[in-house]
Design a protein around this ligand. Structure first.
Ligand SMILES: NC(=O)c1ccc[n+]([C@@H]2O[C@H](COP(=O)([O-])OP(=O)(O)OC[C@H]3O[C@@H](n4cnc5c(N)ncnc54)[C@H](O)[C@@H]3O)[C@@H](O)[C@H]2O)c1
Length: 481
């Protein structure tokens, strides 16, 4: 209690913390604008000169709700951009590492960007600073960072390494950051715990949520956020275990959806019934084409690998992965079941982003689907409200691929239309108009965006996930699997 009171006073005396954020991607940039929004002085660093120049000039490099407003509000005031990590670190009390941790060829997390950034920071630690792992990293990475800093000449008393995993979701990243389910701080020393609290103080005491100019959020947090202090190791594990659990939930409902198709029940009804149990919850129980994106695939694999490296075979995660990849193949089977031969067929594809609300196409199942269609000799016409620019380089030099200007144009003349990203605007399409432009009225929906009755009324042959087929041919059902 005493310690808590002292922290609040200190925070009141000096509420603003000088923060450097290494990495200006989906996590680094959002963290940087949100720390500025909390009242801190933030410098956001990237090695990508073009990105830093664009951010400095006021451009918004990623599609994310509320990001443009927050950038406009704080750029040039509490928020600046640079490529000079050494200087940014020298001028800051807290340095957040938010660089990429992609999957390596062998499945482990590739931590070379983390190592490169901390090696650079080492020379700037002439006085005490807190180094914060914001990137998703395997358990015990904090020790490697510490060792790297010491090897590069930093003195032990001049730094602490803590873990502050990020749980934001692309598409709702700003709101997730400012209105999180919890903030997790894995710090082994009091000095770092105090500095971390100063940074999150407006969220801890709820004062941010009482500000007139706050970013509005869906949840009521006037009493403050749930703020969990743990050891660094536990915090690292919390992040990997959370993502692995969510991926497991997705694979679970996808497995149930396959069973639903075989016995003729509806997975949306089943999911509702399962999710109504508070111990389970409704979220992440949407059957579909499997998870993708820059986090779940690599984090499930990395978690498995780190368990293996300490002698534990986390078999469950292998099954989660297997169900996920089979789900995509199962979706493609539905298309074959509906069209018979794919060669020469025209297929419209709605969606490129790995999920709705983002322009991120990393590890997107939609991209895999487009590639498979092209490899099988289809002509493909694709549309996504936000991800076309990011997808173009990945699908360059494909003569049979057309980037359409809207959903109707993607569907024009198509033998089938595939719905592979859950954008709200797809769910609101004028179905009669859509049907009128297509050659065959066949929709294969990997996201269960439409009601079965509505598709029946509109005259579509409609295949979705874990639900009855609409207006199909009797033989197709057996042919689906
Ligand atoms: N994207 C998400 O939804 C999400 C959510 C939670 C956690 N994470 C984790 O956060 C981390 C970052 O993810 P992201 O999606 O923001 O990645 P990203 O690829 O969008 O951004 C990483 C940025 O770091 C920059 N960078 C690389 N090396 C650097 C260095 N030495 N100094 C400064 N900048 C450097 C890159 O140029 C890039 O702009 C990953 O570990 C990821 O797993 C991501």
């Amino acid at each position: 209690m005493q310690r808590w009171g002292r922290v609040v006073n200190q925070a009141e005396a000096n509420p603003s913390v000088k923060i450097a954020v290494a990495g200006s991607g989906y996590v680094g940039l959002i963290a940087a604008v949100c720390f500025a929004e909390l009242g801190h002085q933030v410098v956001c660093v990237d090695i990508d000169h073009a990105r830093v120049a664009a951010l400095t000039a006021g451009e918004v490099p990623i599609y994310e709700e509320r990001l443009p407003e927050l950038l406009a509000k704080h750029r040039g005031r509490g928020l600046s951009f640079t490529t000079d990590l050494k200087k940014a670190a020298r001028d800051s009390e807290a340095i957040f590492i938010a660089v990429g941790t992609p999957q390596s060829a062998t499945g482990e997390a590739d931590l070379s960007q983390v190592e490169a950034s901390v090696s650079e920071i080492a020379a700037s630690l002439s006085e005490y600073k807190m180094i914060v792992e914001k990137s998703t990293v395997p358990v015990l990475t904090n020790r490697w960072i510490r060792r790297t800093l010491l090897t590069n000449g930093a003195r032990a008393e001049n730094f602490d390494v803590i873990s502050n995993p990020e749980f934001l979701r692309e598409g709702t990243a700003v709101e997730d950051f400012l209105y999180p389910d919890r903030v997790v701080i894995g710090a082994d020393h009091a000095r770092a715990r105090e500095l971390a609290r100063r940074i999150y103080q407006p969220m801890i005491d709820g004062s941010y949520y009482r500000r007139a100019d706050r970013v509005p959020g869906a949840r009521e947090l006037g009493e403050g956020v749930l703020y969990l202090e743990t050891s660094a190791q536990s915090a690292e594990l919390i992040k990997h275990a959370s993502n692995a659990f969510l991926a497991m939930k997705i694979s679970f409902i996808n497995a149930v959806s396959n069973l639903c198709e075989l016995v003729g029940s509806d997975v949306t009804e089943v999911a509702r019934g399962i999710g109504a149990d508070e111990r389970i919850g409704q979220r992440f129980l949407n059957a579909g084409i499997g998870y993708g994106g820059s986090c779940f695939p690599k984090d499930v694999r990395a978690f498995y690998k780190v368990a293996e490296s300490v002698g534990y075979d986390f078999e469950l995660l292998k099954v989660v992965e297997r169900i996920n990849s089979v789900q995509l193949q199962h979706f493609m089977k539905k298309l074959r079941g509906a069209l018979w031969n794919l060669r020469g067929k025209k297929v419209g594809v709605l969606g490129l982003a790995f999920k709705g609300g983002t322009d991120d196409v990393r590890e997107s199942p939609a991209i895999q689907i487009v590639r498979t269609l092209l490899a099988e000799g289809c002509q493909v016409s694709v549309y996504d409200p936000a991800a076309m620019e990011k997808a173009r380089p990945l699908l360059a030099s494909e003569p049979e691929l057309r980037f359409a200007e809207d959903s109707y144009s993607a569907a024009e003349g198509a033998h089938a239309l595939l719905v592979v990203t859950e954008w709200k605007e797809f769910a609101q399409l004028d179905l009669e108009r859509l049907r009128s432009v297509m050659r065959y009225p066949v929709v294969i929906d990997g996201r269960n965006l439409f009601k079965l009755e509505r598709m029946e009324q509109a005259g579509f042959q409609y295949h979705s996930v874990g639900r009855a087929m609409v207006n199909g041919f009797a033989t197709e059902k057996g042919g689906q699997r």
